[in-house]
Design a protein around this ligand. Structure first.
Ligand SMILES: [Zn+2]
Length: 410
């Protein structure tokens, strides 16, 4: 394919990647506000549903503006060959090719982050604030940003360095070599998430003795789940949203409960939420998820290896000669449609897993408290109760609330 047609293809894919999600969101916004279903009548009022719709519309408008901004920006960069211009400019310093690649990605990262910063800020302090979700102080927001940068530079930077070194020094074999590195890294992050990463952003304290802990331990013993570490995370520092999750494999498993979960839900509901999480564990969803992610990374790297050494891709982005980083950038754009298809598959699997975890909680504990917990959670987060089926198909990692309730309350 000639460089010129490749440029057109990239522009086409960029437009496709921008329009499809917007069309789906628009379909979602157009859904009328339904009557309050009987199962939710204790939890939600018509006014609350109208508020949820207003929240959805505000978010849609905001994301449309933010998305259009970044779309136009990228479009100009591609059609004007500015990515290539940055590459030529960096190349002029006489640095080794590896460092030119590192500097290129550092610039792109800083640039795109600075551009999205005002949008992040607006979303948190104007939209989330308006609907009473935001609890983040401006200090926490900026400190989070800074910690995020340090983490990106240390972790992302070293991974990028390994990745680019393999490309520059190993040539075509880079893909399976980096696949090995990335897989080990993913397993390590999963093992150490609560021990190393979470404490950087949150305070974790062991769960206090009391009714909740007793009930959790009794249930865990009944389903023969070795529950030793239960910690409470100060999720309330940032938002009202409540949650619980697991991290680690084998003996190092840790259950993390948001403080908001403990504050807003009676002990039975906390146990039911944990039962759902244990369901994920018992049905091996975490391991499957891990395996599939590893395979996906392998596929991605293999496909990259097919594009990486093409001179046309560099030219298509305005480069004057072959450049690894221009080609990686071009590949990430080229990959968009396939990544959408893979995303649909992953979401579908995730929804199936959610139903299975719900069913496990219902069988091993009870359906009702989980249903109650879901209702409270959804009402608080103003989630849509009649999502558009296409929107669900493409983007929902969890089944819609009413479908889950129907199975839990059956
Ligand atoms: Zn789940």
């Amino acid at each position: 394919m000639s460089a010129e047609s490749l440029t057109y293809l990239l522009v086409g894919i960029l437009a496709f990647g921008f329009l499809i999600p917007k069309i789906l969101e628009f379909l979602q916004v157009l859904r009328p506000v339904p009557e309050v279903p009987t199962t939710l009548s204790q939890y939600v009022t018509q006014a609350k549903l109208l508020e949820a719709k207003a929240y959805q519309k505000d978010n849609f408008r905001f994301k449309l503006i933010a998305g259009t901004f970044s779309f136009v920006f990228t479009l100009v960069f591609i059609t004007q060959g500015w990515f290539g211009a940055i590459d030529s400019w960096l190349g002029g310093f006489g640095l080794p090719p590896l460092l030119v690649s590192v500097a290129f990605f550092a610039l792109i990262f800083i640039g795109s982050d600075l551009l999205s910063l005002p949008f992040d800020y607006y979303s948190t302090f104007v939209i989330e604030e308006k609907y009473g979700f935001n609890k983040t102080s401006r200090l926490t927001f900026f400190v989070d940003k800074l910690k995020g940068y340090v983490l990106s530079i240390l972790v992302g930077g070293s991974l990028l360095l390994v990745f680019l070194s393999l490309i520059h020094y190993m040539g075509e074999d880079f893909w399976w070599q980096f696949w090995m590195v990335a897989s080990v890294f993913m397993v390590l992050v999963n093992l150490g998430y609560t021990a190393w990463i979470l404490p950087l952003f949150n305070t974790l304290t062991p769960l206090e003795e009391g009714e909740v802990k007793e009930k959790l331990l009794r249930y865990a013993a009944e389903v023969q789940f070795p529950l030793t570490h239960i910690v409470v995370m100060d999720g309330s520092k940032r938002s009202f949203k409540a949650n619980a999750f697991f991290s680690g494999f084998g003996k190092r498993k840790k259950v993390v409960l948001y403080d908001t979960l403990l504050e807003q839900h009676p002990p039975d509901e906390v146990v039911a939420v944990l039962a759902h999480e244990i369901g994920h564990y018992k049905k091996k969803h975490l391991k499957w998820g891990m395996l599939i992610s590893c395979l996906e990374v392998g596929l991605l790297l293999y496909l990259l290896s097919l594009v990486l050494f093409s001179k046309e891709m560099s030219t298509a982005l305005g480069g004057s000669s072959w450049s690894a980083h221009l080609n990686i950038l071009g590949f990430t754009m080229l990959f968009t449609p396939l990544s959408m298809v893979l995303g649909i598959g992953m979401n579908w699997m995730s929804r199936v897993h959610e139903f299975q975890a719900d069913a496990f909680a219902k069988e091993s504990y009870a359906g009702k408290p989980l249903a109650e917990a879901l209702k409270t959670l959804s009402v608080k987060t103003l989630s849509t109760i009649n999502p558009h089926p296409w929107y669900v198909f493409f983007t929902y990692s969890h089944p819609p609330l009413l479908q889950r309730l129907a199975r839990l309350e059956k």
